[in-house]
Design a protein around this ligand. Sequence first.
Ligand code: MLT
Length: 530
Amino acid sequence: MTYKILITDDLSPQSLIKLEEMDDVTFDVVRGLTPEALAKQIPEYDALIVYSTVTVTEAVFAAANKLKVVGRAGVGIDNIDIKAASMRGVIVMNTPGANTIATTEHTMALMLAMCRHLPQAHTSMKTGEWNRKVFVGRQLYRKTIGIVGMGRIGTRVARRCQAFGMEVIAYDPYLSDDVAHKLKIKPVDLNDLLSQADFISLHAAHTEQTANLINRENIAKMKDGVRIVNAARGGLIDTDALVEALKSGKIAGAALDVFIEEPLAKDSPLLELDNVILTPHLAASTIEAQRDVGTQVVDQVLDALRGKDFRNALNMPIGDVDVLKTLQPYLSVAEKVGSLHAQLADAAINRIEIEIKGREVRDHIKPITVAILKGLLSPVLVETINYINAPLLARKRGIAVSETQGLPTIEYPNIISCRVAWDGGEQTMAVTLFNEDEPRLVQMDKYRLDVRPDGVMLVIGGIDIPGFIGHVGTLLGKHNINIAAFRNGRDKPLGNTLSFLRVDADVPDSVMDALRSLDSVVWVKKVILD
Ligand code: MLT
């Protein structure tokens, strides 16, 4: 099989050489694509590699019939419509780590250049001036820096600031006290950071929660004369509010590498201000970072296309292929229980509760839940359901999914129990593996079972009277339908029964009706499992 990859920017020469050496890959580099042009090109490609300059919209994904992977050479994924990718079952991955040092060093460069007016002094000298008085700077030593976002880059900026003798305070809702202690930084809430910092450096992703984080209200809480560095994303700052504060002197200086719109508009008020220094989204642009980002994205995309590994996938429940392999039989039986539920429910399912017990499965609730959803949605939706789009599609259909405890199911060393509900009814099933990889349905509602969920199956709710199995067997035999397996559960002798019959051929509607007319049969349904 040959994979076709579209690359929309200049990848490093090393990564292109790597691609050229592959027998199972062809690739095209097409620069400067608009989303419309990309949508036209994309149908023939299996994978797409982009930097931040190309926007991968919903329309691009809608046109992408063959696309399996989008590799983002870099970290920020705000140029990719992840939701649309997930809906189409396309994996999106980025390359965290590869440009961390470059961005960290650029942040320090911006901070120092801002404090010592390096760009202004340089420009002045180029015009023949020798002006020592105008460019008197400020030191970093003994100043407090407030870092917003203590991920890879924020953490490294903190260390370098400590080396300059700065006190580091940080706001990050996910930062544990333990890690903060190890890093020798003080975790604070956002208001404290704003009111205590002499410098503020932004290292957060641009999300709905962080958009316009530096706005008028938050600027008012800052120290007078604060200085701001942004090498993360332009959308973190309300530009109008920043310009106002830079003009009034509330903010003494800003060093910006990123902007809401890139390239920055030629009439941007930021270009008019002397207390701002600007670079054109250069933080990750070092030879080393570009080399590493390029080779990393190529390796990741190739591994994903070949099904070897999905590391750094942002919209997959499981990225480690070894865990995936070990868990595969459980994922498979989880899919089956989802499918059984969908096919046996009396109406559209609107609630799912999942309980997972046992050493082999308990740490994997997320992928197992996704597998159940995949199985549950596949019989009812015409779209292709996979591990990427299943949670989104379930949410779209208003299905509430939750983890629960204490479902009334039997004990097995490793067991996946699942109760689903619809308007007016509910049903509970439990599945496990026998002999490590043989899927078994071991319970449905009050009935204990031992059913291999596979192929065409008849599920019969009946009455436990003498001759029941014989009546069903005779009727199917009369229609030349061979029974491969017959498993029966009952609540008590001569009470109610639940039977699962695996049959070797499809069962026509006329035979289903004939089964329903048997005295001992209360209801019968046909399910088909892969
Ligand atoms: C990143 O998100 O990796 C950097 O901002 C560099 C880039 O966008 O190209």
